[in-house]
Write a new protein. Structure first.
Length: 562
């Protein structure tokens, strides 16, 4: 070998070894996603030099031949947040925003102005999840705790900061991202808004049972969740985070300074995590000798994860098109880089793919509820309900049935709940779930029978008693809504401001060729929607609509007298 060639070999040997270590055979990745019931996965491995290896395995949509490749676009879900944080830091470096200036001094936050504490919120608090705001509001937006006092994961805070950034720059979020992040880093397949160029090669989301679901094509940018990208593109971004590319040195280091301490799990309210901290836009894993940064993404049927070891200056990002996608959160870093992330996996907690819950859900539609679930119900019918790690719990069955009941496979949900009632005969929750599953099948006699048994167990459940009354007695009231058509519908309900928008509270009853709903309402004006087999829509028989201020158009009715 010539001396010059030897020098080049030695120069690039570490990177070549890294790429060889990371490059798992397709068969290993395929086996992993098949074991987890995930149709498709895209993964990229990085070091401080760049993306050293990337791969797509599986299919973009179950039942179709198109394969996932390096250019397949996925929803990044909450991996949108670290990229937005990087954008904000670049703006801070340019003097366009002060991370510690109260945001209301830039732009008032109308949704929270009723509470003086909104004047304390800063960009740094938003990016380290210390605003005191909930992840997402339900009704009026209120503080959960005082801003700046502790960690509390919040998408609402990111949306507020997005509004501040777009106001002070006069540019829309995706335009800013293109200018400050995507173009400088060569991220040509990334956007906070859906792009026509994505149509030719994008992943389709899938539910826990492997069925394709509707793809959300976001027309408006949202800093908290709307990023669409590829594993290779996102890999380029995390290289920039690792190396501080595009940032002032002090700013780049500040990203990794712990600002808040979460609890042991995302939902815990008691014990602090011994290893998890939060920096500017990212989670930090503080393990001796292997400090790293990370984040996860969960848009329901798209799930993803990134982890980077700062000590080893290498990391991995992966995207999946399935609700089971985070069941492999510990396995991808371990298999590609030999990096343990158990503390992170415990913090976000998703059932591992080897768990009974995932294994039953991935086979249930192929084998049937009884054949799939029964081997994991080791107790005798009516016997002990003690759970082992090899068994499905009552909670597992209920959650699985609930997810099934919102798919066309409602019959499988009913079968699963009937099996569960055999093994957990004293479970009021199982009985209630069975009642509502029968109701969604439009089997009102069985729904009525199950609800009758349930209210004996739980006589104080007024909502259930209300439904039972509607199934048992002719409904009386001063307001009647009539819907012509919908011959194939199994269940139509009414949700509105008068029943706290509960979709299973007020029933329509079929009468000939139309559906009728009668209810008693006091004088006033009400917004509402009808829910047809789980799908929310405005009332086709009522032309009067109104925007609720949150981007939703609802039907409106006025009651003149009682």
């Amino acid at each position: 070998m010539k001396p010059k060639s030897l020098v080049l070999l030695l120069l690039f040997l570490p990177q070549l070894l890294q790429a060889q270590k990371a490059a798992l055979p397709d068969s290993d990745l395929t086996t992993l996603i098949d074991s987890a019931g995930i149709p498709g996965l895209s993964v990229a491995v990085i070091n401080q030099k760049g993306v050293v290896w990337s791969k797509g395995v599986g299919v973009r949509e179950a039942g179709k031949p198109e394969r996932v490749d390096e250019n397949t676009v996925f929803s990044a879900a909450s991996l949108s947040k670290p990229l937005f944080a990087y954008l904000v830091l670049k703006l801070a470096d340019e003097g366009k925003i002060n991370l510690d200036k109260p945001l209301y001094q830039y732009v008032p936050f109308r949704a929270i102005e009723h509470d003086e504490r909104h004047k304390r919120i800063t960009a740094r608090m938003v990016l380290s999840h210390q605003t005191g705001l909930p992840n997402w509001r339900s009704g009026q937006l209120n503080f959960l705790f005082d801003p700046g006092t502790r960690f509390g994961y919040s998408g609402e805070g990111f949306v507020y900061l997005q509004g501040v950034v777009t106001t002070i720059t006069g540019k829309e979020l995706d335009e800013l991202a293109q200018q400050y992040v995507f173009r400088p880093l060569g991220m040509s397949r990334s956007s906070y808004r859906w792009q026509p160029a994505f149509e030719a090669n994008h992943a389709t989301p899938h539910n826990r049972f492997g069925q394709p679901t509707a793809l959300s094509r976001y027309n408006e940018s949202n800093a908290a969740f709307s990023l669409m990208t590829t594993a290779t593109d996102y890999g380029r971004f995390i290289v920039a985070l690792l190396t501080g590319q595009g940032l002032k040195p002090a700013t780049a280091q500040a990203i990794f300074r712990p600002l808040s301490t979460p609890k042991r799990t995302l939902d815990d309210t008691l014990q602090a995590s011994p290893t998890i901290r939060w920096g500017v836009g990212i989670g930090l894993a503080q393990q001796a000798g292997n400090e790293g940064f990370w984040h996860w993404g969960d848009n329901g049927d798209f799930r993803c994860f990134v982890y980077v070891s700062r000590a080893r200056k290498e990391g991995v990002v992966y995207f999946t098109n399935c609700r089971n996608g985070l069941s492999i959160v510990s396995d991808v870093p371990a298999r590609t880089l030999g990096l343990p992330v158990r503390d992170i996996a415990d913090f976000v907690y998703y059932e591992p793919y080897r768990s009974p819950f995932v294994q039953v859900s991935r086979t249930l539609l192929k084998q049937g509820a009884v054949a799939s679930a029964k081997p994991f119900l080791a107790t005798k019918p009516g016997g002990s309900t003690r759970r082992s790690t090899a068994q499905l719990s009552e909670e597992d069955l209920l959650r699985m049935a609930d997810e099934l009941s919102n798919t066309p496979q409602i019959a499988q949900a009913v079968e699963l709940l009937e099996l569960g009632s055999t093994y957990y005969p004293q479970s009021a929750d199982m009985m209630k779930a069975s009642a509502f599953a029968h109701l969604k099948q439009n089997d009102r006699p069985k729904a009525k029978a199950a609800l009758s048994r349930y209210v004996v167990m739980k006589p104080d459940d007024q909502a259930a008693r209300n439904i039972l009354t509607q199934l048992t007695e002719p409904t009386k009231g001063n307001v009647t809504l009539r819907l012509p058509g919908f011959p194939a519908a199994r269940l139509i309900t009414l949700a509105g401001s008068f029943n706290n928008w509960q979709p299973l509270h007020t029933l329509f009853l079929r009468e000939g060729n139309e559906w009728r709903c009668t209810l008693q309402l006091p004088k006033g004006t009400y917004q509402y929607k009808i829910v047809v087999d789980g799908n929310w829509q405005t009332d086709p028989a009522n032309p009067n609509t109104q925007d609720d201020g949150k981007g939703n158009t609802n039907s409106v009715m006025t009651v003149a007298n009682k």
